[in-house]
Ligand binder design. Structure first.
Ligand code: AVI
Length: 309
């Protein structure tokens, strides 16, 4: 990481910690341990999105492949362990695969494993902050399939999601498209259980943000003094994750500090849940002219291909 990026991140973290209410961007969940904890979450019984999305991708693969048609390159956004793209590599056979993620350490190992199994596909790991604009000038003449599985789009606000879709639609130049998975609004108990699992993995994932911050900015958060808190906000259709102070405490870092009172919260993540109609409308508003959707039997999760007529 360059010094300029480090100081920008430092500034962003301090601004969040000084805000009222305090916040930490969910991108700070994903150091090496956080990425592993997230992988563990995806194996939990209570956390249905990964499992249900995989089921849709498997059972509808022929239809999905037909909708996508021929493309040259798959660009996966938030690629993580690079495992979700395997069925697409098998069915579409692209010439190139680009994996984008915030944490390059984890991504490079994942990509090396994938490349071992698909040596004929040209592969590249790219560290990218997708809250910033994405540009692919060297892919201008290629048919791109943007692949954004895992419902990570839910971690953006709807206006941010729309901005990202518009960015991707523009980079498609009228061909290819976006294959994306998104979690749907459902029974509140099912939603809240997914973010309050009985093994406490989600709690560890949330608390690990403090450990990561201690490492990044030299703060002295005492992890046992905080607890995980997650609930579904029915007005805004989103799961909110927070860290709640269990005692009065002073948290310091080089050049600053903040007093937290017992019960005070740090907002760490939103996970928006959509209806099929709202999500389709957003993709169309962003410039995609043809949207095809697939869901599971319980209409729990949605996979969409947004392309062009
Ligand atoms: C990465 N993202 C889609 C997950 C979600 O469900 O919003 C992150 C997560 N947070 C808690 N559990 C999983």
């Amino acid at each position: 990481m360059t010094l300029a990026i480090k100081s920008k991140l430092f500034q962003e973290i301090i601004e969040g910690l000084q805000a009222n209410p305090a916040s930490i961007s969910p991108k700070f969940f994903y150091d090496e341990l956080g990425s592993s904890l997230f992988q563990a979450i995806t194996h939990l019984e209570e956390y249905y999105p990964t499992r249900v999305e995989r089921g849709i991708m498997q059972s509808k693969l022929a239809q999905i492949t037909e909708a996508i048609a021929a493309i040259d390159v798959i660009v996966e956004i938030g690629a993580g362990n690079c495992e979700k793209v395997r069925p697409l590599l098998d069915s579409i056979l692209p010439k190139q695969y680009r994996a984008l993620d915030i944490s390059l350490e984890f991504l490079e190992t994942s990509l090396a494993n994938l490349h071992h199994d698909y040596p004929a596909i040209d592969m590249q790991a790219i560290a990218a902050d997708i809250t910033q604009e994405l540009l692919f000038p060297d892919l201008q003449d290629q048919k791109i399939l943007f692949f954004y599985p895992g419902s990570s789009i839910g971690n953006f606000t709807p206006p941010e999601a729309l901005r990202l879709f518009s960015n991707l639609a523009r980079e498609c130049h009228g061909s290819g498209g976006l294959l994306i998975g998104v979690d749907l609004v459902k029974d509140i108990q099912v939603l809240e259980r997914a973010y309050n699992d009985s093994l406490g993995v989600t709690a560890a994932f949330n608390l690990n943000a403090l450990r990561h911050l201690n490492h990044l900015i030299g703060s002295n958060f005492s992890i046992p003094d905080w607890e995980h808190y997650a609930f579904f906000n029915q007005t805004l259709d989103r799961i909110e994750m927070h860290l709640r102070a269990q005692s009065d405490q002073l948290v310091s870092w080089p050049g600053g500090h903040r007093q937290f009172h017992v019960g005070e919260m740090i907002h760490t993540e939103n996970s928006y849940k959509y209806s099929k109609a709202t999500f389709r409308k957003m993709l169309q508003e962003a410039g995609f002219t043809k949207v095809t959707t697939w869901t599971d039997l319980e209409s729990s999760f949605l996979v969409c291909f947004a392309g062009f007529k």
